[in-house]
Write a protein that binds this ligand. Structure first.
Ligand code: XMP
Length: 326
């Protein structure tokens, strides 16, 4: 019967046999799949593994710290962080169209990862063992899906920060290929990974960039990061993490409405809450959150986040709405 300790031991042996003394590279996204895949590989080959984390500036509050500090402390993994915040903001300047944003983010992501890759390869070549392997956090449902060819139209160009360009100069190491998400979480806990990473709800690769309806700017990211942190904190405090699949928080940056605060008129932006319940993200229903939790979130956001004077609730199922707004 299934036991996370056995799966780890089995994979460790397999990875050692596959990799030998060569070096291995892994990309981290802050999500559970890439984090667990890299941690298993690290169990197997130690410092032959180096991880790359691209900070595209579209992360949520605390996510970089969770990877750079908590994850590294828990695993002892060697991590290189690429600070690409300026690069992404510059590339996104003036862009409001959702698909254009997605394509720019995907392109810049590959660009910065490949740069890091070249630097690391050069460094490895200088002192002996080459980098020959790339870790991917592919899960069983991903394997089934890509073999299935369901023929659905391309609704959004998805981009996976955990899954990197399939650069054929590398052989893939995929320790999670036989596993489902809940099994991956169990293994992550067994390996002592931080709960913020292991229990994290789905978060899109393009990050907050596709949760700002309108142009992405640093000020808007700051504002959305703050509102999103409040929502996550209040949902967790209410014990609702297990009930919802995920809760995108969206900034309508091009919309303003009139409000009143103290004895003054305000003219600020709305924040949209998009809590959904789902099995697989293919379909979803809006989650009936308790009114008192919604009230607390609304009060906190309008009081604490400058330039936001209204909080609205998205009550659309999927279909016809998608989970993300862009
Ligand atoms: P939609 O908006 O299509 O989202 O209903 C379905 C699920 O996918 C997530 N999502 C993404 N995940 N890269 C990802 O890794 C992406 O580009 C991306 N776009 C959406 C979304 O958060 C939801 O869980």
């Amino acid at each position: 019967d299934w036991n996370s300790g056995n799966v780890i031991a089995e994979q460790v042996e397999k990875i050692r046999a596959q990799v030998g003394s060569a070096r291995v590279i892994a990309g981290l996204s802050g999500g559970v799949d890439s984090a667990v895949a890299a941690a298993i590989v690290h169990e197997a080959v130690g410092d032959q593994l180096v991880c790359v984390f691209v900070d595209h500036g579209l992360l949520r509050q605390d996510e970089r710290r969770q990877v750079e500090v908590d994850y590294v402390a828990a695993t002892g993994i060697r991590l290189v962080t690429i600070d690409a915040r300026e690069q992404f903001l510059t590339a996104l300047a003036g862009v409001s169209d959702p698909e254009t944003k997605r394509k720019i983010i995907g392109r810049e992501f590959i660009r910065s990862f490949e740069q890091a890759e070249r630097d690391l390869i050069a460094e490895a070549d200088a002192d002996g063992e080459p980098i020959r392997f790339l870790v991917q956090g592919t899960l069983y449902p991903d394997v089934v899906e890509s073999g299935g060819g369901s023929g659905t139209a391309n609704i959004k160009s998805h981009h996976n920060v955990g899954g990197l360009p399939e650069d054929l100069q590398f052989e893939l190491v995929e320790p999670l290929r036989a596993l489902f998400k809940d099994e991956v979480r169990a293994i992550g806990r067994e390996l002592g990974l931080p709960e913020e990473i292991v229990g994290r709800q789905p978060f899109p690769g393009p990050g907050l960039g596709i949760r700002i309806v309108g142009e992405v700017t640093e000020a808007r990211l700051e504002l959305l990061r703050h509102a999103d942190a409040i929502v996550r904190a209040e949902l967790s405090a209410a014990g609702l993490d297990g009930e919802i699949w995920q809760c995108p928080v969206v900034l309508l940056a091009d919309v303003r409405s009139v409000g009143v605060q103290g004895d003054g008129r305000t003219y600020g932006h709305p924040i949209v809450l998009r809590p959904v319940s789902s099995e697989d993200a293919m379909t979803a229903d809006w989650t009936r959150l308790p009114y008192d939790v919604l009230a607390r979130i609304s009060n906190r956001i309008t009081n604490e986040v400058a330039d936001v004077n209204r909080v609205v609730l998205d009550v659309t199922s999927k279909p016809p709405g998608t989970i993300e707004w862009e």
